[in-house]
Design a protein around this ligand. Structure first.
Ligand code: PLP
Length: 387
């Protein structure tokens, strides 16, 4: 009845669990929310203020489809500084969130029948965008023992002359894993050999712990010319609802993507972009403060999970997710997630909401208060013990 393009699209697991949680809450049940992946901090006041003032000053009309000049320049400077590169504004395209930065370059690069490698488990939009572009999704398993980086043997085995695009995500959703530099070097070498593009989703790059500087494949020799960096303001600046993100890509590809934006979204809200300029050029101490707070929560939560007999949880190096292994209980991830919300009142996602490779794992978001984390640990420990 509908096109192949949309017929097998699926919802994001987080939304399904959220609506189950809300249904239980409507019956008077208390639910602890660990399912939705967004900062619990408010947008920083100076950023909100800049957005409000922009509206009051009448910055409420169309802007250029690729974004306002001041924001593109601020992004170019910020990315150049982070990666030690010299990137010009012509290589920056702004969009409403990071998601358009995933979708539109994929439409511009992938022809029907082209193969696209992407992490499994991985952010659900990757499979969706490949499918809509008519590409062939080629999931590559991640290895728990290797900070949830690719199993490089499996990666090599899936590469071929048909490989058009390789999707990376570091730090990753759902695992919190960071791809080590040595793995990036291996992947870069293969991308050059097979003449493939790389899409590097770096939306969590500034949410990394223990002082880690997350390496980017774009900074490796020759890679900027075949890499699309996807990033945005949602996570770093707690701006999920503002809808503001960007991509960094070679100028010729940027032109094509700008045309796709012109004919689909038109442009990103102008006052949102003004707020984005303030986010980048204003004080950054709140970012560091929030990262320190996430790290405190991570340490507490991972220790608590590992204290539950049968649960094994790696210490993630970035993002705000943990991905504990629950294989020892002999139930599927879906069964465990379903029963945790119904029987223990703790809303979590099944690892399989992120692909078949997530079987045996759960995803929990610790961007919430210590109090919620403490209560969740108590409830989960009691529930697992009862099995
Ligand atoms: N990429 C990853 C890995 C994410 O986890 C998310 C949001 O959860 C996004 C992209 C989308 O970000 P945005 O809300 O800015 O579109």
């Amino acid at each position: 009845m509908f096109t192949d393009r949309v017929s097998s699209l699926q919802a994001e697991g987080a939304y399904a669990v959220l609506s189950r949680a809300q249904a239980l809450e409507a019956q008077g049940r208390k639910i602890l929310h660990l399912e939705i992946g967004q900062p619990d901090f408010p947008t920083f006041p100076n950023i909100s203020q800049a957005g409000v003032e922009a509206i009051q000053k009448g910055q409420t009309h169309y802007s250029s489809p690729a974004g306002i000049a001041s924001l593109r320049a601020a992004i170019a400077d910020s990315v150049s500084e982070r990666l030690g590169l010299n990137i010009g504004s012509e290589c920056i395209v702004v969009g409403p969130g990071a998601k358009p930065g995933l979708f539109f370059p994929t439409l511009a690069l992938v022809n029907p029948g082209d193969e696209v490698l992407y992490p499994d488990p991985g952010f659900p939009t990757y499979a969706a965008m490949i499918q809509v572009a008519g590409g062939i999704p080629v999931p590559v398993p991640l290895r728990e023992e290797n900070q949830f980086s690719f199993d490089l043997g499996a990666f090599d085995a899936r590469l071929s002359d048909k490989t058009r695009l390789i999707v990376l995500n570091s730090p990753a959703n759902p695992t919190g894993g960071v791809i080590p530099l040595a793995d990036l070097q291996h992947i870069a070498e293969k991308a050059r050999k097979y003449d493939a593009w790389v899409m590097s989703d770096e939306i969590y790059a500034r949410l990394a712990y223990d002082g880690l500087n997350v390496p980017s494949i774009a900074a490796l020799p020759g890679m900027l010319a075949r890499t699309v960096i996807v990033d945005g303001f949602s996570k770093t600046y707690a701006m999920t609802g503002w809808r503001l993100g960007y991509m960094v890509l070679p100028a010729a590809l940027a032109e094509r993507v700008e045309l796709l934006l012109t004919h689909s979204i038109g442009c990103t809200a102008t006052f949102t972009q003004v707020a984005g300029v303030e986010a980048l050029l204003g004080p950054q101490d709140k970012v560091a403060e929030n990262v320190a707070e996430y790290q405190r929560r991570r340490d507490y939560f991972v220790a608590g999970l590992n204290a539950i007999p049968g649960v094994r949880c790696q210490v993630p190096q970035g993002a705000f997710y943990v991905f504990p292994n629950v294989k020892s209980f002999g139930l599927t991830s879906k069964e465990i997630a379903g029963r945790l919300i119904d029987e223990a009142g703790v809303a979590v996602l099944a690892g399989t909401d992120f692909g078949a490779g997530g079987e045996g794992y759960l995803r929990l978001c610790y961007a919430t208060s210590m109090e919620v984390l403490r209560e969740s640990l108590e409830k989960m420990a009691a529930w697992f013990k009862s099995l």
